[in-house]
Design a protein around this ligand. Structure first.
Ligand SMILES: CC(C)(COP(=O)(O)OP(=O)(O)OC[C@H]1O[C@@H](n2cnc3c(N)ncnc32)[C@H](O)[C@@H]1OP(=O)(O)O)[C@@H](O)C(=O)NCCC(=O)NCCS
Length: 386
């Protein structure tokens, strides 16, 4: 083994990355499609580790935005983290992930998130669980009868509707103060809409995108700004009830469909957890939304061994739905957090849970309930895996 180096993956290394991926995730997928997509990460968002000339690890960063408290926060979504089997267990994954974190700093993402296959590697670097991805199963027949077909008109949507869909989703996430859902680059939305295996329908204040999945229908996203639209769009999917008995749906646990469908979702709800990390703590606080009417003045001591710019004594002010984190003098009343505690706090984990897990210590005696109110809100969720 010569000296291991972190590099930006080049086009002629993509075949090597593909080989490491097969060894890591198993066979499957379309190599040409994957390569075409991989090329879009070549602007500094595809990192690898080489041993001499041999590529032995890779990871890439999606240029997402993520809703937090109803506002958009740029977020680097880390995906495809792979290390060749013969190089595992000797710090290669950690070396690469440190470079990925630094690249998120360089690219100006206040946040980074990922779906962990193992938590250990990511926790060492300051990521912590922040939200879920839920897949519920409804009876198609229940959905079919939600509308009598005489109400809201829906029309077929296509590639040219990408901006409209992004706008409709944005309106709803702002209104609902959503935390967690991703905003994908428009080119990705366009490619889903032109894929003949996806079916998209749009109404005045909502849309649905769904497809077939192992004999069931599967809703990737359904946005509705009114009861009528919710009924019309779910019923459009449910109209497939003669063939599909079940409709799988990616949606949050508080989605209106849980209140509309006659039968509750199947007990076998599928849940994936995702992890979050604050890359730039002041920017992450300044860009997200907070609940209106909640006011907080609190001192915070952050110790972040990986990203020292976050380390220090800070003052957190929240008022009028916005927050600010500014450098401050040390105080004995400061709430003490590391990067994992900070990520979980940002995502609304109750202070009692953070204290019980040892992720938070100190703080003013009466501040926990206000911190819960400030960072709480609708449960963070994502609809998509990446
Ligand atoms: C997961 C993976 C990227 C780790 O790479 P690696 O080079 O072995 O990681 P490191 O040697 O830097 O290990 C970092 C820490 O994670 C731990 N770790 C690594 N793999 C682990 C696993 N499968 N289970 C539990 N802990 C693991 C190590 O023990 C180490 O912790 P320690 O310092 O406390 O001992 C690699 O095993 C891999 O490619 N796996 C297959 C694909 C995959 O699962 N990718 C992750 C997708 S999110």
């Amino acid at each position: 083994m010569t000296e291991l180096r972190v590099v930006d993956v080049a086009e002629d290394q993509l075949d090597s990355v593909w080989q490491v991926r097969i060894r890591s995730f198993g066979p499957g997928g379309d190599r040409d499609e994957w390569k075409k997509n991989a090329l879009t990460f070549m602007d500094g968002r595809f990192l690898g580790v080489v041993d001499g000339d041999e590529l032995v690890a890779a990871a890439r960063i999606w240029p997402f935005e993520q809703w937090w408290g109803g506002r958009r926060v740029p977020m680097g979504g880390v995906a495809g983290v792979v290390v060749a089997p013969e190089y595992r267990g000797r710090g290669v994954g950690s070396l690469m992930m440190r470079a990925v974190l630094q690249r998120c700093v360089d690219k100006g993402y206040p946040l980074t998130a990922l779906y962990p296959a193992t938590t250990v590697l990511y926790r060492h670097l300051g990521y912590e669980f922040a939200g879920h991805r839920y897949k519920f199963a409804f009876q198609a027949a229940d959905l079919r009868t939600l509308s009598d077909g005489k109400g809201t008109a829906v029309r077929k949507a296509g590639r040219g509707d990408a901006d409209l869909l992004l706008e409709l989703a944005g309106k709803e996430h702002q209104a609902r103060r959503s935390s967690g859902p991703l905003i994908w680059p428009r080119t990705e939305v366009e490619s889903w809409l032109e894929d003949e295996d996806n079916f998209a329908y749009v109404a005045d204040d909502g849309f649905v995108v769904y497809n077939w999945s192992d004999g069931d229908l599967a809703v990737d996203e359904l946005i509705s700004g009114s009861e009528q639209t919710a009924r019309a769009l779910w019923a459009t999917v449910g109209s497939g009830a003669s063939i599909a008995k079940t409709v799988q749906a990616y949606c949050p646990p508080f989605d209106p469909i849980h209140l509309l469908a006659e039968h509750e979702a199947d007990g076998d709800t599928r849940i994936n957890r995702w992890m979050l990390r604050l890359v730039d703590a002041p920017a992450a606080i300044a860009t997200r939304g907070f609940p209106d009417g909640v006011v907080l003045e609190a001192d915070l001591r952050i110790d972040d061994p990986e990203l020292p710019a976050n380390t220090g004594d800070w003052h957190l002010s929240v008022a009028g739905g916005s927050g600010r984190l500014t450098p401050a003098d040390p105080t004995s009343e400061a709430l003490r957090v590391g990067p994992r505690g900070l990520a979980a706090l940002y995502a609304g984990t109750p202070l009692a849970a953070l204290r019980a897990a040892g992720l938070v210590t100190g703080g003013a005696a009466d501040a926990d309930s206000v911190l819960n109110a400030v960072f709480g809100g609708p449960t963070p969720y994502m609809l998509d895996y990446f």
